[in-house]
Write a protein that binds this ligand. Structure first.
Ligand SMILES: C[S@@+](CC[C@H](N)C(=O)[O-])C[C@H]1O[C@@H](n2cnc3c(N)ncnc32)[C@H](O)[C@@H]1O
Length: 470
């Protein structure tokens, strides 16, 4: 692959080498020193996998162009990769790239039932289960609309999906190609606001680190992909790029790995309202003017466990006639606050209860999982270990969200910022309520029943604490 790339104009390959590293697996090693900001690698436009190149391929292009409405970007790229992989001649350069791709992936879609059960209760668990059906449906569409129309181009055994009972087979061609796209493609926003997704041979061997920030770029004029040094590198160092601030649930689904204590962990809370609910149409309009919708997904994060949009949504959902009028006035005035104590208490109680129910659905509670991870119950780096980290991350976020809802509720109930006896604040670590509590001195947004709990909770609280501290 490297000699082909150099021949077609790639720059920088003589200073780099593919090597196996602990933790990240195969990656790219430097053979010389690089200063931060220096260009490391350029892969020319002609050899990038993109929708445009798939459409302009003399063999594949006409078949792809005949599909109306067009296939998704994901399916076009997956088909392009499978197509090149299926060819016995031609495409010599691209085929060297395909043969350098991993044979199997460790996305959660390949987990056994037992491995996935470790993260039961998480959004990853639900999404992975839903993906099974979505992938099957997408494949059926693709088979009918494209593969069956051109059997000469797409020999079925090389473009197949296995029987649904064998869905977790990592060798399944369609799922293998999808995982190739999920874990190796790069997305860029172009100056006109549109976006482009592409795969760059060799640049797709770079692993992720949050020690570097965005250091790969797409040049709109030339169409080339370049990688810059995100930090100073010594000879022999691994070169990284930054995949983005991705939580573990997404990392495991798309890339097949997790980052322990990932500061970007999040929980996607789906808020929805039945169309038969009172004043639904009026509420729908208010949601839209607030930039929301009747079904809205809000990401709860360690730094913002209870985003404003949740309260905005629920205030509208729970409003009576006078509440709706108050919200309308607020929207005209450009203000955004509670509409009444009773509405605010109702939504905060609802939130506290809903989050508690969500937490009760996790297969293993946070403390037990943390203990199991510390004791090495799950082999480090394995699927169950990764699933456990996803569960830990989502539970930490949900606990913070619940603590915040409780504190807000206590403040509204007391009417003066102090807590009422009917809704006491609780220790963020052990959840004890009817004991004297002390505030975290730094962020002042969580409470503890004592120093022991504060110390025990520090690991999971530190990211949120940094984010909230003034
Ligand atoms: C773009 S590829 C990078 C090259 C890849 N290691 C290979 O051998 O082909 C992305 C994949 O690399 C692995 N990876 C990247 N960054 C990682 C990290 N920080 N920790 C563990 N695995 C990582 C994951 O398997 C991910 O799906």
């Amino acid at each position: 692959m490297e000699s082909w790339l150099t021949k077609v104009g790639a720059v920088g390959l003589s200073d780099l080498e593919l090597t196996d590293f602990p933790v990240t697996g195969r990656g790219v090693k430097t053979l010389r020193r690089f200063k931060q900001g220096e260009m490391i690698l350029t892969i020319p436009s002609d050899v990038l996998w993109s929708v445009e190149h798939a459409y302009s391929d003399p063999n594949l292009g006409p078949a792809l162009r005949s599909v109306m409405p067009p296939l998704s970007v994901e399916d076009i790229l997956a088909t392009y990769i499978l197509f090149v992989r299926s060819r016995e001649s031609g495409y010599d350069g691209l085929r060297t790239h395909v043969s350098a791709l991993p044979g199997i992936y460790s996305s959660s879609i390949f987990f056994s039932e037992g491995e996935l059960e470790v993260c039961a209760g998480t959004s990853l668990y639900t999404v992975t289960k839903q993906l099974e059906q979505r992938i099957k449906d997408d494949y059926r569409q693709l088979a009918v609309r494209l593969f069956a129309q051109h059997p000469d181009l797409f020999p079925l055994q090389k473009f197949t999906i296995e029987d649904v009972r064998l869905l977790r087979r990592a060798t399944d061609p369609y799922k293998w190609a999808l995982c190739t796209v999920w874990s190796r493609s790069m997305d860029f926003t172009l100056p006109d606001g549109s976006s482009i997704r592409l795969l760059a041979p060799f640049a797709d061997m770079l692993n992720h680190s949050s020690e570097v920030k965005q250091c790969h770029a797409y040049d709109v004029k030339s169409g080339d992909l370049s990688v810059f040094a995100g930090k100073d590198y010594e000879i022999g160092d691994q070169v990284y790029i930054y995949y983005g601030p991705i939580p573990n649930n997404r990392l495991l689904r798309l890339y097949g790995f997790v980052i322990p204590d990932n500061p970007n962990d999040s929980y996607d809370l789906v808020l929805t309202t039945h169309p038969m609910a009172p004043f639904y149409e009026q509420k729908q309009k208010l949601w839209v003017s607030a930039g929301l919708d009747s079904t809205t997904t809000v990401a709860l994060t360690l730094t913002d466990p209870l985003p404003k949009n949740i309260l905005r949504y629920l205030r509208i959902q729970r409003a009576d006639v006078s509440g709706l009028a108050a919200i309308t006035l607020q929207q005209i005035d450009g203000t955004d606050e509670k509409i009444s104590d009773s509405n605010e208490m109702e939504i905060l109680r609802f939130l506290e209860e809903s989050i508690s129910s969500l937490l009760n659905c996790f297969a293993t509670p946070l403390e037990r999982l943390e203990k199991q991870l510390a004791e090495g119950v799950y082999p480090v780096g394995g699927n169950a270990w990764a699933a456990a980290h996803v569960s830990v991350g989502e539970q930490r976020v949900l606990r913070l969200a619940r603590a915040k809802a409780r504190n807000l509720l206590a403040a509204v109930e007391s009417g003066s910022g102090s807590r009422s006896p009917s809704a006491p604040a609780r220790c963020a670590n052990c959840d004890k309520g009817s004991v004297p509590l002390m505030l975290c001195g730094r962020c002042k947004s969580v409470m503890y029943c004592g120093r022991t709990c504060q110390v025990a909770h520090f690991k999971q609280h530190k990211a949120a604490c940094r984010g909230t501290a003034q």
